[in-house]
Each structure stands twice: as C-alpha cells, then as structure tokens.
Design a binder for this molecule. Structure first.
Ligand code: SF4
Ligand code: SF4
Length: 189
C-alpha cells in the first residue's frame, strides 16, 4: 500500500514484494509487534520483523535462505497487530512466490511439496480430499511412513473420507483459471 509515509529503500526485493502483494515493507519502523504476536516465531531463524528489515535492506541471500516464510502458517496475528498496516502474512507469501519465480529452492522442501499437493487436490476435488492429498504428498516426498499412526487414528475416528464430494468443484476450477489468467496478464504487463 502506497502512502505519504513511504520511505523508499532502493531494495529490488522490496519492490518485488510490493508488486506481488501490494505491501510496502518500507512502512515498517521495527516496533516488533508482529514478532511478539507470532505463535511460530520461536521456530523461525529470523523473526517476522527481522525478515521485513532484511527485505528493506535488499539482503536477498539472507531472505531466500531463511526458513521463516516457509514456516509461516498465514494465521495473521502479525498482520492484525501491525500499527503500519503492513500485511505481513501477504509479504511472506510474496517472498515464497518470488523465490519460486527465481527458481530458488525452498529451505523447507516439505512445505513447498505440501502446498503443491494441497493446491492440486483442491483444484481437482473442489475442496480438500485428505486421503488423495496424503498419497500425493507421500509420492512427492518419498516419506511413506511419517505420521502413519496419526493418519490411522484420524481414519478410525472417521475424520478421513474415502470418497471426495466434488461439491462446487467447477466453481473452484473457475477460480483457478481466473487466477492463472491474472498471473499471465501481470507477467506480460
Ligand atoms: S502469519 Fe506467519 S508471520 Fe504472521 S503470525 Fe502467523 S505464522 Fe507468524
Ligand atoms: S508490526 Fe509492522 S511496523 Fe512493527 S515491526 Fe512488524 S511490520 Fe514493522
């Protein structure tokens, strides 16, 4: 979001984030409220506020080698707490998208595999069909036995359906087609 308070940092990465997400990280004044409210920050190598600062400084290597954006769960306490109305969750997404556009390998490949498996599953079934998603994820990661016990427990409690419902699947596919055409248009603009 552009504003009268914008301070240009000259960082190409900050510009890429702005163009991808509409979020201007140069509004950040490092109050640290985003980091204080993040429930996962204890697992992150750089706190959300530190990652924002690194983007402002154009420290591409640090940002793309960080695990922070891949651990982000898009839960948004950071976004709601930011006094400068920077949508940090969207910034995290924009950094991941920028990394993928630049063909930079994710620092946590399992998360990228999960995202791909989940999106492909939702595109096909209209909503998450967990069993197919788990199979697709296992085929991507070759980690066939991880969380098997948890999966069995969920199955026994009836939390995993054997068949997808396909309810509203055509609407979901329409959304995917629309997003793809917007992305294409943005790339050629
Ligand atoms: S959206 Fe990401 S960065 Fe923000 S609080 Fe949630 S996990 Fe932390
Ligand atoms: S809450 Fe907003 S202003 Fe404060 S450090 Fe985080 S991004 Fe910057």
């Amino acid at each position: 979001m552009e504003s009268a308070h914008t301070v240009a940092s000259g960082s190409k990465l900050a510009e890429a984030v702005l163009s991808e997400s509409g979020q201007n990280v140069n509004l950040c004044y490092q109050c640290g409220k985003c980091a204080a409210g993040c429930p996962i920050s204890y697992e992150m190598d750089y706190k959300p506020s530190q990652l924002i600062h690194a983007i402002r400084l154009g420290m591409d290597d640090l940002v793309f080698n960080s695990k922070t954006m891949w651990l982000c769960s898009a839960c948004e306490p950071c976004t709601t707490r930011c006094p400068q109305e920077v949508d940090i969750a969207r910034v995290m997404d924009a950094v991941k998208i920028t990394a993928m556009r630049r063909r930079i390998k994710p620092t946590i490949p399992e998360v990228a595999s999960f995202n791909k498996a989940a999106l492909s599953n939702i595109k096909t079934c209209g909503r998450m069909f967990e069993i197919a998603m788990i199979v697709a994820l296992k085929l991507r990661t070759f980690d066939f036995f991880k969380d098997m016990g948890l999966g069995m427990k969920m199955f026994m409690k009836g939390k995993l359906k054997l068949m997808p419902s396909f309810t509203g699947a055509w609407k979901t596919r329409k959304i995917f087609r629309r997003v793809k055409s917007i992305e294409k248009r943005n790339q050629t603009a």
